[in-house]
Design a protein around this ligand. Sequence first.
Ligand code: ATP
Ligand code: MG
Length: 572
Amino acid sequence: MKTLLPFLALYRRHWFRLTLGIVLAIVTILSSIGLLTLSGWFLAASALAGLAEILTFNYMLPAAGVRGSAIIRTAGRYAERLVSHDATFRVLSHLRTFTFQKLMPLSPGGITRFRQAELLNRLVADVETLDHLYLRLISPLVSAIVVIIVVTFGLSWLDSTLALTLGAIMLLLLLTIPAVFYRAGKPIGADLTALRSDYRGQLTLWLQGQAELAIFGALSSFRRQLDLIELRWLERQKQQAALSGASQALMILASGLTFILMLWLAAAGVGDNPQPAAFIALFVFISLAAFEALAPVAGAFQHLGQVIASAERVNQLIEQQPQVTFPTQKVAVLPEAALSINDISFTYDEQPFPVIKNLSLQIANGEHIALLGRTGCGKSTLLQLITRAWDPQQGNITLNDQLITSYDETTLRNMMVVVTQRVHIFSATLRDNLLLAAPQASDDELASVLNQVGLSALLVQNGLNTWIGEGGRQISGGEQRRIGLARALLHKAPLILLDEPTEGLDADTENQILNLLKQHCQHKTVVLITHRLSGLDNMDKIYVMDAGEILEQGTHQELLTLQGQYYRFYQQ
Ligand code: ATP
Ligand code: MG
Protein backbone atom coordinates (compact mmCIF):
# COMPACT_ATOMS: atom_id res chain seq x y z
CA MET A 1 0.00 0.00 0.00
CA LYS A 2 2.91 2.31 0.76
CA THR A 3 3.75 2.13 -2.94
CA LEU A 4 0.52 3.92 -3.76
CA LEU A 5 1.02 6.84 -1.38
CA PRO A 6 2.93 9.13 -3.75
CA PHE A 7 0.16 8.69 -6.32
CA LEU A 8 -2.59 9.30 -3.81
CA ALA A 9 -0.80 12.51 -2.87
CA LEU A 10 -1.14 13.64 -6.50
CA TYR A 11 -4.92 13.41 -6.10
CA ARG A 12 -4.91 16.31 -3.66
CA ARG A 13 -4.64 18.77 -6.48
CA HIS A 14 -7.84 17.52 -8.10
CA TRP A 15 -9.73 16.76 -4.89
CA PHE A 16 -12.82 18.74 -5.87
CA ARG A 17 -13.55 16.89 -9.11
CA LEU A 18 -12.64 13.55 -7.58
CA THR A 19 -14.96 14.09 -4.61
CA LEU A 20 -17.72 15.35 -6.88
CA GLY A 21 -17.34 12.18 -8.94
CA ILE A 22 -17.80 10.03 -5.83
CA VAL A 23 -20.77 12.10 -4.64
CA LEU A 24 -22.43 11.72 -8.04
CA ALA A 25 -21.76 7.98 -7.99
CA ILE A 26 -23.45 7.74 -4.59
CA VAL A 27 -26.42 9.81 -5.73
CA THR A 28 -26.79 7.58 -8.79
CA ILE A 29 -26.76 4.34 -6.79
CA LEU A 30 -29.13 5.74 -4.19
CA SER A 31 -31.59 6.94 -6.83
CA SER A 32 -31.34 3.56 -8.50
CA ILE A 33 -32.17 1.90 -5.19
CA GLY A 34 -34.99 4.41 -4.72
CA LEU A 35 -36.35 3.66 -8.16
CA LEU A 36 -36.45 -0.10 -7.75
CA THR A 37 -37.68 -0.05 -4.17
CA LEU A 38 -40.34 2.56 -4.71
CA SER A 39 -41.67 1.01 -7.89
CA GLY A 40 -41.66 -2.48 -6.33
CA TRP A 41 -43.54 -1.26 -3.33
CA PHE A 42 -45.86 0.88 -5.48
CA LEU A 43 -46.84 -1.94 -7.83
CA ALA A 44 -47.44 -4.33 -4.95
CA ALA A 45 -49.42 -1.74 -2.98
CA SER A 46 -51.56 -0.80 -6.02
CA ALA A 47 -52.31 -4.43 -6.72
CA LEU A 48 -53.27 -5.05 -3.11
CA ALA A 49 -55.39 -1.92 -2.94
CA GLY A 50 -57.61 -3.32 -5.64
CA LEU A 51 -60.49 -1.52 -7.34
CA ALA A 52 -62.33 -0.80 -4.15
CA GLU A 53 -59.73 1.46 -2.68
CA ILE A 54 -58.44 2.94 -5.90
CA LEU A 55 -60.15 6.26 -5.27
CA THR A 56 -58.60 6.75 -1.83
CA PHE A 57 -55.17 5.37 -2.72
CA ASN A 58 -52.66 8.16 -3.26
CA TYR A 59 -50.82 7.12 -6.38
CA MET A 60 -49.63 10.57 -7.41
CA LEU A 61 -46.83 10.88 -4.90
CA PRO A 62 -45.15 7.47 -5.42
CA ALA A 63 -45.51 7.84 -9.18
CA ALA A 64 -43.76 11.19 -9.05
CA GLY A 65 -41.09 9.61 -6.84
CA VAL A 66 -40.50 6.82 -9.34
CA ARG A 67 -40.22 9.26 -12.18
CA GLY A 68 -37.95 11.55 -10.16
CA SER A 69 -35.57 8.71 -9.23
CA ALA A 70 -35.45 7.53 -12.83
CA ILE A 71 -34.47 10.98 -14.02
CA ILE A 72 -31.91 11.49 -11.27
CA ARG A 73 -30.43 8.09 -11.94
CA THR A 74 -29.96 8.75 -15.66
CA ALA A 75 -28.67 12.29 -15.25
CA GLY A 76 -26.53 11.23 -12.26
CA ARG A 77 -24.90 8.37 -14.15
CA TYR A 78 -24.11 10.67 -17.08
CA ALA A 79 -22.69 13.40 -14.88
CA GLU A 80 -20.74 10.91 -12.79
CA ARG A 81 -19.05 9.40 -15.85
CA LEU A 82 -18.29 12.86 -17.18
CA VAL A 83 -16.84 14.20 -13.96
CA SER A 84 -14.93 11.12 -12.82
CA HIS A 85 -13.35 10.50 -16.21
CA ASP A 86 -12.45 14.13 -16.58
CA ALA A 87 -10.86 14.03 -13.13
CA THR A 88 -8.97 10.83 -13.96
CA PHE A 89 -7.61 12.27 -17.18
CA ARG A 90 -6.43 15.33 -15.32
CA VAL A 91 -4.72 13.20 -12.71
CA LEU A 92 -3.19 11.07 -15.46
CA SER A 93 -1.81 13.98 -17.42
CA HIS A 94 -0.43 15.45 -14.22
CA LEU A 95 1.11 12.08 -13.40
CA ARG A 96 2.66 11.81 -16.84
CA THR A 97 4.28 15.23 -16.71
CA PHE A 98 5.37 14.53 -13.15
CA THR A 99 7.03 11.25 -14.21
CA PHE A 100 8.58 12.85 -17.27
CA GLN A 101 9.99 15.72 -15.23
CA LYS A 102 11.62 13.23 -12.89
CA LEU A 103 12.96 11.34 -15.87
CA MET A 104 14.64 14.22 -17.67
CA PRO A 105 17.45 14.99 -15.22
CA LEU A 106 18.32 11.28 -15.03
CA SER A 107 19.75 11.37 -18.52
CA PRO A 108 21.97 9.69 -19.43
CA GLY A 109 23.34 7.98 -16.30
CA GLY A 110 20.07 6.84 -14.74
CA ILE A 111 18.24 6.11 -17.96
CA THR A 112 20.74 3.83 -19.68
CA ARG A 113 19.87 1.20 -17.06
CA PHE A 114 16.47 0.76 -18.71
CA ARG A 115 15.94 -0.34 -22.26
CA GLN A 116 14.13 2.21 -24.41
CA ALA A 117 11.03 0.06 -24.82
CA GLU A 118 11.01 -0.60 -21.09
CA LEU A 119 11.17 3.11 -20.39
CA LEU A 120 8.35 3.86 -22.78
CA ASN A 121 6.25 1.10 -21.31
CA ARG A 122 6.67 2.45 -17.81
CA LEU A 123 5.89 5.95 -18.93
CA VAL A 124 2.81 4.99 -20.94
CA ALA A 125 1.24 1.69 -19.91
CA ASP A 126 2.14 1.65 -16.24
CA VAL A 127 1.11 5.22 -15.67
CA GLU A 128 -2.17 4.42 -17.42
CA THR A 129 -2.84 1.40 -15.22
CA LEU A 130 -2.73 3.75 -12.26
CA ASP A 131 -6.04 5.24 -13.36
CA HIS A 132 -7.74 2.09 -11.98
CA LEU A 133 -6.82 3.35 -8.56
CA TYR A 134 -9.52 5.99 -8.52
CA LEU A 135 -12.07 4.78 -11.08
CA ARG A 136 -12.14 1.16 -10.08
CA LEU A 137 -11.01 1.22 -6.48
CA ILE A 138 -11.43 4.32 -4.41
CA SER A 139 -14.66 5.55 -5.96
CA PRO A 140 -16.57 2.20 -5.79
CA LEU A 141 -15.27 1.48 -2.29
CA VAL A 142 -16.31 4.82 -0.83
CA SER A 143 -19.67 4.65 -2.64
CA ALA A 144 -20.34 1.16 -1.33
CA ILE A 145 -19.63 2.16 2.28
CA VAL A 146 -21.89 5.21 2.09
CA VAL A 147 -24.67 3.24 0.41
CA ILE A 148 -24.55 0.53 3.09
CA ILE A 149 -24.83 3.15 5.82
CA VAL A 150 -27.68 5.05 4.13
CA VAL A 151 -29.65 1.88 3.32
CA THR A 152 -29.27 0.50 6.84
CA PHE A 153 -30.32 3.78 8.45
CA GLY A 154 -33.16 4.32 6.01
CA LEU A 155 -34.60 0.86 6.51
CA SER A 156 -34.29 0.95 10.29
CA TRP A 157 -37.23 3.39 10.30
CA LEU A 158 -39.36 0.50 9.14
CA ASP A 159 -37.70 -2.46 10.85
CA SER A 160 -34.37 -2.28 12.63
CA THR A 161 -33.75 -6.06 12.68
CA LEU A 162 -34.25 -6.39 8.96
CA ALA A 163 -32.20 -3.26 8.30
CA LEU A 164 -29.31 -4.46 10.43
CA THR A 165 -29.42 -7.92 8.86
CA LEU A 166 -29.15 -6.49 5.37
CA GLY A 167 -26.49 -3.98 6.46
CA ALA A 168 -24.45 -6.68 8.19
CA ILE A 169 -24.55 -9.00 5.18
CA MET A 170 -23.38 -6.23 2.87
CA LEU A 171 -20.67 -5.08 5.25
CA LEU A 172 -19.42 -8.64 5.66
CA LEU A 173 -19.23 -9.06 1.90
CA LEU A 174 -17.49 -5.72 1.54
CA LEU A 175 -14.85 -6.76 4.06
CA THR A 176 -14.24 -10.32 2.89
CA ILE A 177 -14.68 -10.41 -0.88
CA PRO A 178 -12.09 -7.72 -1.69
CA ALA A 179 -9.53 -9.39 0.58
CA VAL A 180 -10.10 -12.79 -1.05
CA PHE A 181 -9.94 -11.47 -4.60
CA TYR A 182 -7.01 -9.21 -3.88
CA ARG A 183 -5.04 -12.26 -2.75
CA ALA A 184 -6.16 -14.33 -5.68
CA GLY A 185 -5.51 -11.57 -8.21
CA LYS A 186 -2.19 -10.28 -6.90
CA PRO A 187 0.23 -12.78 -8.50
CA ILE A 188 -1.73 -12.64 -11.75
CA GLY A 189 -1.67 -8.85 -11.75
CA ALA A 190 2.06 -8.68 -11.08
CA ASP A 191 2.74 -11.20 -13.86
CA LEU A 192 0.46 -9.40 -16.27
CA THR A 193 2.35 -6.16 -15.72
CA ALA A 194 5.72 -7.83 -16.19
CA LEU A 195 4.64 -9.83 -19.23
CA ARG A 196 3.08 -6.84 -20.90
CA SER A 197 6.36 -5.02 -20.53
CA ASP A 198 8.40 -8.02 -21.73
CA TYR A 199 6.17 -8.46 -24.73
CA ARG A 200 6.38 -4.85 -25.79
CA GLY A 201 10.13 -4.76 -25.21
CA GLN A 202 10.69 -7.90 -27.25
CA LEU A 203 8.35 -6.71 -29.99
CA THR A 204 10.21 -3.41 -30.25
CA LEU A 205 13.53 -5.26 -30.46
CA TRP A 206 12.12 -7.52 -33.14
CA LEU A 207 10.91 -4.57 -35.18
CA GLN A 208 14.06 -2.51 -34.72
CA GLY A 209 16.36 -5.42 -35.46
CA GLN A 210 14.53 -6.69 -38.57
CA ALA A 211 17.44 -6.03 -40.93
CA GLU A 212 20.04 -7.67 -38.71
CA LEU A 213 17.80 -10.60 -37.79
CA ALA A 214 16.97 -11.22 -41.44
CA ILE A 215 20.62 -11.14 -42.52
CA PHE A 216 21.61 -13.71 -39.90
CA GLY A 217 18.49 -15.83 -40.37
CA ALA A 218 17.44 -15.30 -36.78
CA LEU A 219 13.96 -13.98 -37.51
CA SER A 220 12.06 -17.14 -36.72
CA SER A 221 13.90 -18.05 -33.53
CA PHE A 222 13.44 -14.51 -32.27
CA ARG A 223 9.81 -14.71 -33.28
CA ARG A 224 9.39 -17.91 -31.27
CA GLN A 225 10.55 -16.16 -28.12
CA LEU A 226 8.02 -13.44 -28.78
CA ASP A 227 5.26 -16.00 -29.29
CA LEU A 228 6.22 -17.72 -26.07
CA ILE A 229 5.87 -14.52 -24.09
CA GLU A 230 2.58 -13.83 -25.81
CA LEU A 231 1.31 -17.27 -24.89
CA ARG A 232 2.16 -16.78 -21.23
CA TRP A 233 0.57 -13.35 -21.32
CA LEU A 234 -2.63 -14.75 -22.82
CA GLU A 235 -2.65 -17.53 -20.23
CA ARG A 236 -2.50 -14.98 -17.43
CA GLN A 237 -5.19 -12.86 -19.07
CA LYS A 238 -7.41 -15.93 -19.23
CA GLN A 239 -6.83 -16.56 -15.54
CA GLN A 240 -7.70 -12.99 -14.75
CA ALA A 241 -10.87 -13.20 -16.81
CA ALA A 242 -11.81 -16.42 -15.00
CA LEU A 243 -11.25 -14.74 -11.67
CA SER A 244 -13.36 -11.82 -12.81
CA GLY A 245 -16.12 -14.24 -13.76
CA ALA A 246 -15.85 -16.00 -10.42
CA SER A 247 -16.12 -12.75 -8.50
CA GLN A 248 -19.20 -11.73 -10.44
CA ALA A 249 -20.79 -15.14 -10.01
CA LEU A 250 -20.13 -15.00 -6.29
CA MET A 251 -21.76 -11.60 -6.07
CA ILE A 252 -24.83 -12.77 -7.99
CA LEU A 253 -25.09 -15.79 -5.72
CA ALA A 254 -24.76 -13.66 -2.60
CA SER A 255 -27.34 -11.25 -3.96
CA GLY A 256 -29.79 -14.10 -4.72
CA LEU A 257 -29.40 -15.66 -1.30
CA THR A 258 -29.85 -12.31 0.42
CA PHE A 259 -32.94 -11.73 -1.71
CA ILE A 260 -34.50 -15.00 -0.52
CA LEU A 261 -33.51 -14.34 3.07
CA MET A 262 -35.11 -10.89 3.01
CA LEU A 263 -38.26 -12.30 1.42
CA TRP A 264 -38.52 -14.88 4.16
CA LEU A 265 -37.75 -12.49 7.00
CA ALA A 266 -40.02 -9.69 5.72
CA ALA A 267 -42.89 -12.10 5.18
CA ALA A 268 -42.85 -12.81 8.90
CA GLY A 269 -43.56 -9.16 9.61
CA VAL A 270 -42.05 -5.72 9.16
CA GLY A 271 -41.76 -3.57 12.30
CA ASP A 272 -44.99 -3.78 14.30
CA ASN A 273 -46.93 -4.92 11.30
CA PRO A 274 -47.44 -8.70 11.24
CA GLN A 275 -48.96 -8.45 7.73
CA PRO A 276 -46.56 -6.20 5.93
CA ALA A 277 -48.09 -6.71 2.49
CA ALA A 278 -46.35 -4.30 0.08
CA PHE A 279 -43.44 -3.74 2.46
CA ILE A 280 -42.27 -7.25 1.61
CA ALA A 281 -41.73 -6.05 -1.92
CA LEU A 282 -39.89 -3.01 -0.64
CA PHE A 283 -37.38 -5.04 1.37
CA VAL A 284 -36.87 -7.58 -1.37
CA PHE A 285 -36.23 -4.97 -4.00
CA ILE A 286 -33.95 -2.91 -1.83
CA SER A 287 -31.73 -5.93 -1.19
CA LEU A 288 -31.52 -6.45 -4.95
CA ALA A 289 -30.75 -2.85 -5.72
CA ALA A 290 -28.23 -2.32 -2.95
CA PHE A 291 -26.03 -5.05 -4.40
CA GLU A 292 -25.46 -2.79 -7.36
CA ALA A 293 -23.13 -0.82 -5.11
CA LEU A 294 -21.17 -3.94 -4.16
CA ALA A 295 -20.77 -5.41 -7.62
CA PRO A 296 -17.67 -3.43 -8.76
CA VAL A 297 -15.79 -3.87 -5.49
CA ALA A 298 -14.68 -7.48 -5.94
CA GLY A 299 -13.42 -6.84 -9.46
CA ALA A 300 -11.65 -3.74 -8.30
CA PHE A 301 -9.53 -5.48 -5.74
CA GLN A 302 -8.65 -8.14 -8.19
CA HIS A 303 -6.95 -5.38 -10.24
CA LEU A 304 -5.24 -3.91 -7.22
CA GLY A 305 -2.31 -6.30 -7.69
CA GLN A 306 -1.77 -4.96 -11.17
CA VAL A 307 -2.07 -1.37 -9.99
CA ILE A 308 0.51 -1.94 -7.25
CA ALA A 309 2.91 -3.64 -9.66
CA SER A 310 2.65 -0.70 -12.05
CA ALA A 311 3.03 1.79 -9.22
CA GLU A 312 6.22 0.01 -8.13
CA ARG A 313 7.63 0.20 -11.64
CA VAL A 314 6.84 3.90 -11.96
CA ASN A 315 8.29 4.48 -8.49
CA GLN A 316 11.53 2.78 -9.50
CA LEU A 317 11.84 5.34 -12.24
CA ILE A 318 10.97 8.44 -10.32
CA GLU A 319 12.80 7.57 -7.13
CA GLN A 320 16.17 7.54 -8.86
CA GLN A 321 18.43 10.39 -7.95
CA PRO A 322 20.02 12.18 -10.90
CA GLN A 323 23.78 11.57 -11.00
CA VAL A 324 24.39 15.06 -12.24
CA THR A 325 22.57 18.10 -10.90
CA PHE A 326 22.97 21.70 -11.97
CA PRO A 327 22.84 24.76 -9.73
CA THR A 328 19.89 27.06 -10.38
CA GLN A 329 21.84 30.28 -9.87
CA LYS A 330 22.43 31.83 -13.31
CA VAL A 331 25.99 32.43 -14.48
CA ALA A 332 26.76 34.85 -17.32
CA VAL A 333 27.73 33.40 -20.71
CA LEU A 334 31.21 34.62 -21.69
CA PRO A 335 32.48 34.91 -25.25
CA GLU A 336 35.66 33.05 -24.33
CA ALA A 337 36.48 29.54 -23.15
CA ALA A 338 39.63 28.39 -21.39
CA LEU A 339 39.32 24.78 -20.33
CA SER A 340 41.31 23.18 -17.57
CA ILE A 341 41.06 19.48 -16.75
CA ASN A 342 42.73 18.71 -13.47
CA ASP A 343 43.78 15.20 -12.55
CA ILE A 344 40.42 13.56 -13.27
CA SER A 345 39.57 9.88 -12.97
CA PHE A 346 36.33 8.33 -14.04
CA THR A 347 34.83 4.85 -13.84
CA TYR A 348 31.45 3.98 -15.36
CA ASP A 349 28.85 2.55 -13.00
CA GLU A 350 29.24 -1.17 -12.46
CA GLN A 351 32.50 -1.26 -14.43
CA PRO A 352 35.59 -2.65 -12.73
CA PHE A 353 38.23 -0.34 -14.20
CA PRO A 354 38.51 3.41 -14.65
CA VAL A 355 38.13 4.65 -18.23
CA ILE A 356 39.96 7.91 -17.47
CA LYS A 357 42.97 7.84 -15.16
CA ASN A 358 44.49 10.92 -13.51
CA LEU A 359 44.18 12.90 -16.68
CA SER A 360 45.13 16.59 -16.88
CA LEU A 361 44.81 18.95 -19.84
CA GLN A 362 45.06 22.72 -20.14
CA ILE A 363 43.47 24.39 -23.13
CA ALA A 364 43.83 28.16 -23.44
CA ASN A 365 41.13 30.33 -24.89
CA GLY A 366 41.24 30.20 -28.69
CA GLU A 367 43.51 27.17 -28.76
CA HIS A 368 42.77 24.31 -31.15
CA ILE A 369 43.75 20.90 -29.86
CA ALA A 370 43.36 17.41 -31.24
CA LEU A 371 42.86 14.28 -29.17
CA LEU A 372 44.13 11.13 -30.81
CA GLY A 373 43.98 7.58 -29.62
CA ARG A 374 43.05 3.99 -30.22
CA THR A 375 39.42 2.96 -30.20
CA GLY A 376 38.03 2.53 -26.70
CA CYS A 377 40.78 4.55 -24.99
CA GLY A 378 38.24 6.96 -23.48
CA LYS A 379 38.15 9.90 -25.89
CA SER A 380 34.38 10.18 -26.13
CA THR A 381 34.11 9.63 -22.40
CA LEU A 382 36.40 12.59 -21.78
CA LEU A 383 34.18 14.73 -24.00
CA GLN A 384 31.11 13.62 -22.10
CA LEU A 385 32.78 14.57 -18.84
CA ILE A 386 33.36 18.07 -20.21
CA THR A 387 29.66 18.32 -21.12
CA ARG A 388 28.69 16.92 -17.70
CA ALA A 389 26.85 13.88 -18.97
CA TRP A 390 28.69 12.38 -16.01
CA ASP A 391 30.92 13.87 -13.35
CA PRO A 392 34.40 12.48 -12.69
CA GLN A 393 34.83 10.68 -9.36
CA GLN A 394 38.15 12.43 -8.81
CA GLY A 395 39.62 15.75 -9.89
CA ASN A 396 37.73 18.62 -11.48
CA ILE A 397 37.19 20.52 -14.71
CA THR A 398 37.07 24.30 -14.92
CA LEU A 399 35.82 26.57 -17.66
CA ASN A 400 37.22 30.11 -17.48
CA ASP A 401 38.59 29.27 -14.02
CA GLN A 402 35.15 28.34 -12.71
CA LEU A 403 34.25 24.76 -11.88
CA ILE A 404 31.89 23.45 -14.56
CA THR A 405 29.75 22.14 -11.70
CA SER A 406 29.02 25.75 -10.73
CA TYR A 407 27.41 26.60 -14.10
CA ASP A 408 23.66 26.41 -14.48
CA GLU A 409 22.59 24.06 -17.22
CA THR A 410 21.50 26.67 -19.78
CA THR A 411 24.72 28.64 -19.47
CA LEU A 412 26.87 25.54 -19.70
CA ARG A 413 25.00 24.47 -22.86
CA ASN A 414 25.43 27.96 -24.29
CA MET A 415 29.14 27.93 -23.57
CA MET A 416 29.84 24.80 -25.59
CA VAL A 417 28.68 23.02 -28.68
CA VAL A 418 29.22 19.35 -29.37
CA VAL A 419 29.22 17.22 -32.47
CA THR A 420 28.80 13.81 -30.94
CA GLN A 421 30.10 10.61 -32.44
CA ARG A 422 26.59 9.40 -33.19
CA VAL A 423 24.57 12.36 -34.41
CA HIS A 424 20.90 11.84 -33.73
CA ILE A 425 18.53 12.80 -36.52
CA PHE A 426 14.96 13.36 -35.40
CA SER A 427 12.11 12.17 -37.52
CA ALA A 428 11.16 15.72 -38.43
CA THR A 429 11.75 18.33 -41.10
CA LEU A 430 15.23 19.44 -42.03
CA ARG A 431 14.39 22.82 -40.53
CA ASP A 432 13.38 21.36 -37.17
CA ASN A 433 16.49 19.23 -37.08
CA LEU A 434 18.61 22.36 -37.41
CA LEU A 435 16.55 24.77 -35.35
CA LEU A 436 17.14 22.79 -32.19
CA ALA A 437 20.68 24.16 -32.23
CA ALA A 438 19.63 27.75 -32.92
CA PRO A 439 15.89 28.35 -32.45
CA GLN A 440 16.12 31.94 -33.71
CA ALA A 441 17.91 31.21 -37.00
CA SER A 442 16.20 32.37 -40.19
CA ASP A 443 15.59 30.11 -43.18
CA ASP A 444 18.34 31.92 -45.11
CA GLU A 445 20.86 31.22 -42.38
CA LEU A 446 19.86 27.56 -42.29
CA ALA A 447 20.15 27.22 -46.05
CA SER A 448 23.53 28.93 -46.10
CA VAL A 449 24.90 26.63 -43.37
CA LEU A 450 23.62 23.59 -45.27
CA ASN A 451 25.45 24.92 -48.29
CA GLN A 452 28.66 25.29 -46.31
CA VAL A 453 28.60 21.69 -45.10
CA GLY A 454 27.80 20.50 -48.63
CA LEU A 455 24.24 19.41 -47.98
CA SER A 456 22.48 21.74 -50.43
CA ALA A 457 21.32 18.63 -52.32
CA LEU A 458 18.93 17.91 -49.46
CA LEU A 459 17.17 21.18 -50.19
CA VAL A 460 16.35 20.37 -53.80
CA GLN A 461 12.86 18.94 -53.48
CA ASN A 462 11.02 20.39 -50.53
CA GLY A 463 13.64 22.80 -49.22
CA LEU A 464 13.80 23.05 -45.46
CA ASN A 465 10.47 21.25 -45.21
CA THR A 466 12.02 18.00 -46.43
CA TRP A 467 11.11 15.33 -43.94
CA ILE A 468 14.20 13.42 -42.80
CA GLY A 469 15.02 10.73 -40.29
CA GLU A 470 13.08 7.61 -39.39
CA GLY A 471 9.80 8.47 -41.10
CA GLY A 472 11.18 10.48 -43.97
CA ARG A 473 14.09 10.55 -46.38
CA GLN A 474 16.72 8.25 -44.96
CA ILE A 475 20.07 9.98 -44.94
CA SER A 476 23.51 8.47 -45.21
CA GLY A 477 26.04 8.29 -42.38
CA GLY A 478 28.10 11.09 -43.93
CA GLU A 479 25.05 13.30 -44.34
CA GLN A 480 24.10 12.61 -40.75
CA ARG A 481 27.51 13.77 -39.63
CA ARG A 482 27.26 16.90 -41.70
CA ILE A 483 23.89 17.75 -40.16
CA GLY A 484 25.66 17.48 -36.81
CA LEU A 485 28.26 19.92 -38.11
CA ALA A 486 25.60 22.27 -39.44
CA ARG A 487 24.05 22.30 -35.97
CA ALA A 488 27.43 23.12 -34.47
CA LEU A 489 27.96 25.98 -36.90
CA LEU A 490 24.56 27.40 -36.02
CA HIS A 491 25.05 27.19 -32.27
CA LYS A 492 27.27 30.13 -31.43
CA ALA A 493 29.38 28.99 -28.50
CA PRO A 494 33.01 29.78 -27.62
CA LEU A 495 33.96 26.12 -27.02
CA ILE A 496 33.58 23.53 -29.77
CA LEU A 497 33.86 19.83 -29.04
CA LEU A 498 34.07 17.60 -32.09
CA ASP A 499 33.96 13.81 -31.82
CA GLU A 500 35.33 12.43 -35.10
CA PRO A 501 33.42 14.92 -37.27
CA THR A 502 34.87 13.68 -40.55
CA GLU A 503 34.46 9.96 -39.92
CA GLY A 504 32.87 8.33 -42.94
CA LEU A 505 33.57 11.20 -45.32
CA ASP A 506 35.76 10.90 -48.40
CA ALA A 507 39.10 12.71 -48.47
CA ASP A 508 37.86 15.66 -50.52
CA THR A 509 34.86 16.32 -48.31
CA GLU A 510 37.01 15.79 -45.26
CA ASN A 511 39.43 18.51 -46.35
CA GLN A 512 36.61 20.79 -47.21
CA ILE A 513 35.00 20.28 -43.77
CA LEU A 514 38.28 20.73 -41.93
CA ASN A 515 38.89 24.00 -43.76
CA LEU A 516 35.39 25.13 -42.98
CA LEU A 517 35.87 24.35 -39.32
CA LYS A 518 39.21 26.13 -39.23
CA GLN A 519 37.64 29.20 -40.71
CA HIS A 520 34.54 29.07 -38.51
CA CYS A 521 36.48 28.39 -35.32
CA GLN A 522 39.18 31.03 -35.78
CA HIS A 523 38.42 32.73 -32.48
CA LYS A 524 36.98 29.73 -30.69
CA THR A 525 38.43 27.03 -28.50
CA VAL A 526 38.34 23.65 -30.21
CA VAL A 527 38.74 20.08 -29.01
CA LEU A 528 38.84 17.71 -31.97
CA ILE A 529 38.76 13.97 -31.44
CA THR A 530 39.99 12.02 -34.37
CA HIS A 531 41.35 8.74 -35.61
CA ARG A 532 42.88 10.28 -38.67
CA LEU A 533 45.97 12.37 -39.05
CA SER A 534 44.83 14.62 -41.87
CA GLY A 535 44.75 18.29 -40.96
CA LEU A 536 46.53 17.79 -37.65
CA ASP A 537 49.49 19.93 -38.68
CA ASN A 538 47.13 22.90 -38.35
CA MET A 539 46.40 22.18 -34.72
CA ASP A 540 48.02 24.15 -31.90
CA LYS A 541 48.58 21.02 -29.91
CA ILE A 542 48.00 17.31 -30.25
CA TYR A 543 47.40 14.94 -27.34
CA VAL A 544 47.83 11.22 -27.81
CA MET A 545 45.68 9.21 -25.43
CA ASP A 546 46.04 5.61 -24.43
CA ALA A 547 43.99 3.63 -21.92
CA GLY A 548 42.57 6.72 -20.27
CA GLU A 549 45.85 8.59 -19.96
CA ILE A 550 47.73 11.19 -21.98
CA LEU A 551 50.72 9.50 -23.51
CA GLU A 552 52.27 12.28 -25.55
CA GLN A 553 51.60 15.92 -26.29
CA GLY A 554 53.01 18.58 -28.59
CA THR A 555 52.65 20.03 -32.05
CA HIS A 556 52.68 17.86 -35.14
CA GLN A 557 56.37 18.52 -35.68
CA GLU A 558 57.33 18.01 -32.04
CA LEU A 559 55.53 14.70 -31.88
CA LEU A 560 57.16 13.51 -35.07
CA THR A 561 60.60 14.31 -33.71
CA LEU A 562 59.69 12.48 -30.50
CA GLN A 563 59.33 9.30 -32.59
CA GLY A 564 56.77 7.83 -30.18
CA GLN A 565 53.21 6.62 -30.64
CA TYR A 566 52.21 9.55 -32.85
CA TYR A 567 55.16 8.91 -35.09
CA ARG A 568 54.13 5.25 -35.40
CA PHE A 569 50.53 6.27 -36.25
CA TYR A 570 51.94 8.62 -38.84
CA GLN A 571 54.14 5.93 -40.35
CA GLN A 572 51.15 3.63 -40.70
P1 ATP B 1 36.17 5.19 -30.19
O1 ATP B 1 37.40 5.73 -30.84
O2 ATP B 1 35.87 3.81 -30.65
O3 ATP B 1 35.02 6.09 -30.28
P2 ATP B 1 36.58 6.10 -27.49
O4 ATP B 1 37.99 6.39 -27.19
O5 ATP B 1 35.70 7.22 -27.80
O6 ATP B 1 36.51 5.00 -28.63
P3 ATP B 1 34.86 5.62 -25.26
O7 ATP B 1 33.57 5.69 -25.98
O8 ATP B 1 35.23 6.79 -24.42
O9 ATP B 1 36.03 5.27 -26.25
O10 ATP B 1 34.81 4.34 -24.35
C1 ATP B 1 35.87 4.01 -23.47
C2 ATP B 1 35.53 2.72 -22.76
O11 ATP B 1 34.41 2.93 -21.92
C3 ATP B 1 35.16 1.60 -23.70
O12 ATP B 1 35.78 0.44 -23.21
C4 ATP B 1 33.65 1.48 -23.58
O13 ATP B 1 33.26 0.15 -23.68
C5 ATP B 1 33.39 2.00 -22.19
N1 ATP B 1 32.10 2.69 -22.14
C6 ATP B 1 31.69 3.69 -22.94
N2 ATP B 1 30.47 4.13 -22.58
C7 ATP B 1 30.10 3.39 -21.52
C8 ATP B 1 28.92 3.35 -20.69
N3 ATP B 1 27.89 4.17 -20.87
N4 ATP B 1 28.89 2.44 -19.68
C9 ATP B 1 29.93 1.61 -19.49
N5 ATP B 1 31.04 1.60 -20.23
C10 ATP B 1 31.15 2.46 -21.24
MG1 MG C 1 34.46 7.63 -29.27
